[in-house]
Design a protein around this ligand. Sequence first.
Ligand SMILES: [Zn+2]
Length: 304
Amino acid sequence: MKKSLGVVLAVAWGMTLSSPAAADLRVFACEPEWAALARDVGGEKIKAFSATHKMQDPHHIRARPSLIAQIRRADLVFCSGADLEVGWLPLLMQRGARSGVQPTTTGYLMAADHVPVLEKPTVLDRSLGDLHPGGNPHVHLDPRNLAILANELSRRLIQIDPPNTDYYRKRLEVFQREWQSAMDSWQSRVTKLAGLPVIVHHKSYTYLINWIGLKEVTTLEVKPGIPPTASHLSGLLQTARSEKVKAILRTPYDPADASRWLSSKTGVVALTLPYTVDKNAPPGALANLFDRTITLLEQVHAGP
Ligand SMILES: [Zn+2]
């Protein structure tokens, strides 16, 4: 019997689907930036899922059943670490993550374990509600850290998926070349921003501020995770003036009221900076994130 076109196509399609070449390796990223880096470095050989989106505070996520279902299928878990996900990742892991992605294995990649962590406390005191007991976990906003993580991620992908070693090596080489060239151009733009005094809502931008050399005068939060109080904010009125603060920075998920209040009292611009990329961002999104962020800061520097 002659095969119909539909049968022929179905067979061809089935062969494509069963081919080991395409997206066999599943990356469970806690935040969109790590999913984006995985797509940049892993290309078509991986499928990256982000547990959170850019409007969510990664400190406070609910360990939903849909996330448990995703982490069960993961070949690699890629998160910020340094306790950013301490309230939810361990719960997800306990509910059935494979042995190959458990802590200390190749499939468990915590960014903060591979880069210099800033603001490590000398005295540990969780009783005060500090959300950063392991130091500042928001490590992705220094582009040099992303270059380090790209290398580490590529090394892990090769260990987990040796048949695609050449692919991952080439892909990393291209990524690093393009990233270095982007960093060179950003570096030439941010030089003039050095010393620009800013106030931040939460210490979300510490690595960006450190990389550029901005001056972080203070935070609207009383301390990381402790919301602004009226007395704390009124104390900042004088600071904002005396330090000649140029912007009050917050992420898209921080509450706006405190920065709006301080802005209305002082005339200092309240600015929402991007914090991360879209959940399903295509390759190249991380470079766009830094481009947009620097453009917004350049506008602050130029003044009204
Ligand atoms: Zn934080």
